[in-house]
Design a protein around this ligand. Sequence first.
Ligand SMILES: [Zn+2]
Length: 79
Amino acid sequence: MLNIDLRKIYRFTPVEPAPSPQALPSGAEYYYECLDCTGIVNSVPHVKSACTCGNLAGSGGSLAIKDPTRVKVVTGKLK
Ligand SMILES: [Zn+2]
């Protein structure tokens, strides 16, 4: 599993107002921060990726979210 700290590479900005957990936006510029373990995963992960607690896990361009209410949507820009 790829386990690098994305915060070292990207500057993340929360999406405001916070999107509804039932309609989370997805796209290359959107990242989801897990509120349980603070892990950050891209919303359309190309490589296998997951947060530490397993709430977010995905690969091949799709992401599975166990509990969407424990997710903060952020956009990431390369520093
Ligand atoms: Zn997590």
